[in-house]
Design a protein around this ligand. Sequence first.
Ligand SMILES: [Zn+2]
Length: 465
Amino acid sequence: MKLILRSLVLILSTSLFAQKQPADLIISGGTVVTMDAKRTIQDDGAIALKGDTIVAVGPREQIIRQYEPAQTLDATGKLILPGFINGHTHVPMTLFRGLHDDVTLNDWLYKYIFPAEAKNVNEEFVRWGTRLAAAEQIRSGVTTFADMYYFEDAVAEETKAAGMRGVLGETWIDFPAPDNKSEAEMAAYTERFLKKWQGEPLIHAAPAPHSIYTCSQKTLQDSAALARKYKAPILIHVSEMKKEWDDSQRQHGMSPVQYLDKLGILGPDVVAAHCIFVDEADRKTLAEKKVGCVHNPSSNMMIASGVSPVPEMLEAGVAVGLGTDGPAGSNNDLDLMEEIDLAAKFAKVTKNNPLALNAKAVVEMATIQGARALHLESEIGSLEAGKKADIVIIGLDAPNAVPMFDVYSQVAYSLKANDVKTVMIGGRVVMRDRKLLTVDEQAAVAKAREYGRSVAASLGMEPKH
Ligand SMILES: [Zn+2]
């Protein structure tokens, strides 16, 4: 009798109580745009989280039946998407925003930016620029960004403080940089940087050889060897201007992509920004070597550097993400939602074909394709059990948000950064109802104005305000 009673209690407890598993948070009630392999869109859906990870995604009824959350977040009437991925930028350059626009890339780099950097960039500059950029990026729903700059360890510290995810590349370049004056210094700094951030969930430290036109064969190969020693990614600008392609043909008798391949640089750990001048053979190489490419439509248009053949790259199986580049000189903002919109329209106008790249494809480029391009698709890019809880909640109440017939079309062409309401990275809310929780935005804005005055003075310019 005792035994029967005990089994009865056991049956009752498993069926009534043990059924509900604990969760730290349930986000419920909105339309969940999962970007999973089936591109499931769940109306009246829910997401359960534990720690920094998603444990379940599904219909609201089912999730609340299965999980007992410590906290809930109501997203009724809103869209829930994976956080957007800004695959290429130089965040401390926010403090050079608008310094010298409407010039060629070559002039911008050599006449203005390199001298401005030599006079102004130090670790403190990089920290404030990163804080400003974190505020700006979170406001447009960016949860992960890939960066290439100097003092990248300071970028990493500020990125972590802002609660953002970053693939952060310390620049290697064949002239004295603001942080390191020789290749030996760059190598030593980068090795310390890679060691320091190993095992840190938010930060992926990397070497970033700037490009084939600013790095010797030795610089390229040494930086790649160091990356591979620590299983780190390699960030590089590839085939970003016609002059680079012409010079490569003249000096190496081959395209920049083929030259990098010949040097053994290309592989499934390389993130190649731009890839504008890539022919069919190059696209095949990029796909075979599993190189991730990042398309930067605003930047390509602003510098008139050319048109990356994105539809052809996707067709060839290359992972293509989206980036803002800049934010100075080649875009001037970090609004990834603008890039989603422009990527589709840029492809349409240059192909003279409205079917060239559709809304769904560009939303993919900002999420799951972007994750593939950064080689992080097992961690981020979609809302699925086991992935990191990098989530944006977008409001649908603004005049520009209604009515809605197609979710992808709405995200690509109608919704704006201002419609992003709440942003979560690794389960931590970094913006709630448009209020930033991890960055002192006022201080960052005030400091940016101060830097505006000192940068202008260093170049003998009149500051604007
Ligand atoms: Zn760039």
